[in-house]
Design a protein around this ligand. Structure first.
Ligand SMILES: [Cu+2]
Length: 176
């Protein structure tokens, strides 16, 4: 039954644009060395059940993370140490938010919502590469959708069933 459902969903996705069905970033490219507002779009629940928790992992090289408060949801900021120290407008920065967890809400399967955070994309990140923000969506009844798959060499996100939201990194904009 579940297998049939997944197969049908895959066929529908091919016809209508797979990106519509996935948890994804609204703005899919941004220059390194700039502030970026990441807007995670959650278009459905898990097997019809409402979403109750959204976790996003902050990739290395992304600092000064600030979630946008959201009515009805509690935000937990899990902090830790970065792999190295980054320059944030002259301030050496070696620790900060590495994971954000929105919980306590209930987003029905037939509703849509967005979860936003402001970050700084350090110039240490490489333009031309894609940066992934793995997301775990937890739903009522102990269900979960894990949007954590990262394409291997020669693959694209379209080849994956549960791709992590990706951000294409652009060249740093000169000037201030
Ligand atoms: Cu989907």
């Amino acid at each position: 039954m579940l297998k049939t459902f997944i197969a049908t969903a895959a066929i529908l996705a091919l016809g209508t644009g797979a990106a519509l069905a996935h948890v994804s970033l609204q703005v899919k490219e941004a220059p390194v060395g700039s502030t970026y507002k990441a807007i995670l779009q959650v278009p459905h629940g898990c097997e019809g059940k409402p979403t109750t928790t959204v976790r996003v992992q902050i990739p290395e090289g992304v600092i000064a993370v600030k979630p946008q408060p959201k009515a009805g949801w509690t935000i937990e900021k899990v902090k830790g140490t970065y792999a190295k120290s980054y320059d944030y407008y002259g301030t050496p920065t070696s620790e900060g938010v590495k994971e954000l967890i929105w919980s306590g809400g209930s987003l029905a399967d037939d509703e849509y919502d967005e979860f936003a955070l402001r970050v700084f994309l350090t110039p240490d990140l490489k333009a031309g590469e894609t940066l992934y923000f793995p997301v775990v969506q937890e739903c009522a009844g102990g269900l979960a959708e894990r949007w954590i798959e990262i394409p291997a060499a020669g693959q694209s996100s379209d080849d994956l069933e549960l791709p992590a939201p990706g951000l294409k990194l652009l060249e740093k904009v000169s000037g201030h």
